[in-house]
Ligand binder design. Sequence first.
Ligand SMILES: C[S@@+](CC[C@H](N)C(=O)[O-])C[C@H]1O[C@@H](n2cnc3c(N)ncnc32)[C@H](O)[C@@H]1O
Length: 241
Amino acid sequence: MLPKFIKSMVPLKARVRYNNWKVLGTDAGKNPLMFGYNAAQTDRDRAIQSQFETYTTTISTPVAAVSLELARFLVAALHKLQPRVAVDLGSGFSSYLLRNYAAQCGHPCVVYSCDDDAHWLQRTADFLTEKKLSSDNLLLWDDFCQHHAHIVPDILLHDMGNSVRRISELPRVLDWCSKGCVAILDDMQKPAVREAALAGIKQRNLVAYDLSLATYDSYNRFSWMVFSQDKERELARKFTS
Ligand SMILES: C[S@@+](CC[C@H](N)C(=O)[O-])C[C@H]1O[C@@H](n2cnc3c(N)ncnc32)[C@H](O)[C@@H]1O
């Protein structure tokens, strides 16, 4: 344990990285999906930034939407993983990113965007319509669970609702990880969410990486990435050799 006065001299971002390394036991830089990641390169034409600015000034706010940092990382991860099924829990700018990818990727990619709040699903639909993107499969989370729960997403972003909601939906998300899904858990700066995630990850023998290297933002928010050990081996073979 560092003495308090020394601790206060270490930048918060560095402390976050250290704490995540300590609890997760993985080196953030060795995440196969972080390999070669370059935020500026991913958004070299600033298209992501420009759409983010539009979304957060006309529909939502920067503090409620996924961060621009995570937005860029998510786009890079989509290009690497080339998912057939992508899901975002907590609709909004993330839904735009997934659907924009699906519209341009040149292979079949079905996107489901879910929320526990019908108002925010409608606001997401408004934005997607304005951007001439599909607003199919915009669903209330309960409806998704009732009719589509058998689907295992290739990639999923968990960014839905308040902390209580996030925690209550974690088991379903982590069970998907055991079956091959790559999940990004946002808002891991919240201790209760982080502790619940950690317990679920350990219980299922999953692998988790700190994404703060790429996703730490001006509100001190950051994400983790979770997948199975088999998936980690598959990703390492594909992206690190
Ligand atoms: C962090 S937000 C989800 C953000 C979404 N993934 C995005 O990229 O825009 C979490 C929840 O807050 C609600 N929400 C979205 N935008 C909001 C806003 N501007 N104000 C209040 N609640 C909002 C939605 O119900 C959503 O599930």
